[in-house]
Design a protein around this ligand. Structure first.
Ligand code: GDP
Ligand code: ZN
Length: 461
């Protein structure tokens, strides 16, 4: 079947660092070629599939450069819609992303309706109808619940917080300049050090507070990748079904993450669990036996959460112990299932093997213990109510990295002050903190931001 070429902004609206305009259909490449100017004049129709290209968008009607972009080329049928797909990564912010969208529309694409990419995937046989419906459910579920908190909050509030911190740093730097230029007191050096110290400690504390939200923020945004492991017949599939049944399973292809991998989501009390549907990951009947403890550890390391299932009505076996060994040091919840059957397992031994991991007993057959399990999952990652709505979550890994660097810079400043270092050197650390915070909101860092994103993309090429 052939359909017309559609386009839409496929990232959430707001002040993110980048935004994506997605184009799908037979004309996707031709339309892109009309507006894209690459560094070496190459044509997007000729490039290899599943590659990313740096360049500029130019309005062919006026010759005006509209945006600096990265363009992902994915030729059908190995795409989410099975059609040719082009994704234009441009700067976040309503104005720039809308300009890109308008440009694409002016060259013959049609504005996609809500869910139309998914509909295409369905129409072209990429996913079945229940999957298609599920994708839309996911978009809604995540928006209504955790995603809502993460996205709407982060986009506005984080920037505001960062701006405030930067303003305070700037004022301190200015104050210090004044002190140096017009010393009112004899002890300028001491005054200045004290001024810096107060502000540095304040800034460090604020950055730390933000960093503390990052684990939760990432989970809210990306979901908690979860693996269910256990010996054959302990109840892994039953557990999956039960979680799915209670929490509405959702199958989707998340834009911007693992392309062409179908993932299953369950929403456990606002915590999105992402059950990766990759061979050997979602349900590993015999992964440890098959590939050994070391290699299965490497596979399992990708997961944020391990659900390890045991049989209440059976002795612990060496296989069970191998599983514990394989997930040592990870976030594990142990589920002792089939409590409706006669008890054989020694719970003290399970507790000991589990260490810090929580142990929950269930009878999935009788639908018992599932609430306790859900409670254990949500309290493992979130204390209190995550839907409170007045938190600022940092969830973007670039932001997290920059906050880490800014914290380092402010700590350098603190050490320098403590060591009695000359003021101009302290100023350097302070200025650096200011700059790093600025990169988070995209102030004055056009080039380095682009470089950074570019180098990230090239890695996966
Ligand atoms: P898996 O091989 O680990 O995926 O285990 P399954 O979920 O396929 O379950 C294996 C068998 O155990 C099935 O016949 C289930 O109906 C049964 N089962 C699962 N949970 C329970 C339970 O809590 N109690 C009892 N008695 N049987 C269960
Ligand atoms: Zn199974």
């Amino acid at each position: 079947m052939e359909y017309d070429t559609i386009t839409a902004i496929s990232t959430p609206m707001g002040e993110g660092a980048i935004a994506i305009v997605r184009i799908s259909g037979d004309e996707a490449l031709a339309i892109s070629d009309k507006i894209y100017r690459g560094p070496k004049g190459k044509s997007l129709s000729e490039v290899e599939s599943h590659t990313i290209h740096y360049g500029h968008l130019v309005d062919p009607r006026t010759g005006e450069t509209v945006e600096e972009v990265m363009v992902s080329i994915m030729k059908g049928p190995k795409t989410f819609t099975r059609e040719d797909v082009v994704e234009i990564n441009c700067h976040g912010g309503l104005v720039s992303v809308n300009r890109v969208l308008q440009l694409v529309l002016s060259q013959g694409a049609r504005l996609a309706e809500p869910g139309e990419f998914t509909k295409r995937a369905f129409l072209n046989g990429r996913i079945d109808l229940s999957q298609a419906e599920a994708v839309m459910d996911l978009i809604r579920a995540k928006t209504d619940r955790a995603m809502n908190v993460a996205l709407s909050q982060m986009d506005g509030r984080l920037s505001k917080l960062i701006r405030k911190l930067r303003q305070e740093i700037l004022e301190t730097l200015a104050q210090v300049e004044v002190n140096i230029d017009y010393p009112e007191y004899d002890d300028v050096e001491e005054m200045t050090h004290r001024l810096f110290m107060d502000k540095a400690q304040y800034v460090r504390k604020e950055i730390e507070k933000l960093l503390q939200t990052s684990q939760q923020g990432k989970i809210l945004r990306e979901g908690l990748s979860t693996v269910i492991i256990g010996r054959p017949n302990v109840g892994k599939s039953s557990l999956l079904n039960s979680l799915v049944h209670e929490n509405k399973a959702i199958v989707t292809d998340i834009p911007g993450t693992t392309r062409d991998v179908i993932e299953e989501y369950v929403n456990v009390r606002g915590v999105p669990l992402r059950l990766l549907d990759t061979a050997g990951i979602r349900e590993t009947e015999d992964i440890v036996e098959r590939i050994g403890v070391e290699r299965s550890r490497a596979v399992l390391k990708e997961a944020d959460l391990i659900l390890l299932v045991l049989n209440y009505s059976d002795d612990l076996t060496p296989e069970d112990e191998m599983l514990f060994e394989a997930v040592k040091g990870m976030d594990v919840i142990v589920i002792v299932n089939k409590t409706d059957l006669p008890k054989k397992i020694k719970l003290e031994d399970v507790e000991e093997l589990a260490g810090n991991g929580k142990v929950v007993t269930t009878s999935l057959l009788e639908d018992k213990g599932v609430n306790e399990l859900e409670e254990a999952i949500s309290s493992l990652f979130f204390e209190g109510n995550i839907e409170a709505g007045d938190m600022t979550y940092v969830s973007n890994s670039r932001h997290i990295a920059l906050l880490g660097q800014a914290k380092q810079a402010v700590e350098d400043a603190i050490l320098a002050i403590e060591a009695g270092t000359p003021v101009d050197l302290v100023q350097i650390d302070f200025t650096r903190t200011w700059e790093l915070l600025g990169e988070i909101i995209g102030d004055s860092v056009h080039e380095s931001l682009i470089d950074q994103l570019f180098s990230q993309f090239c890695l996966g090429k």
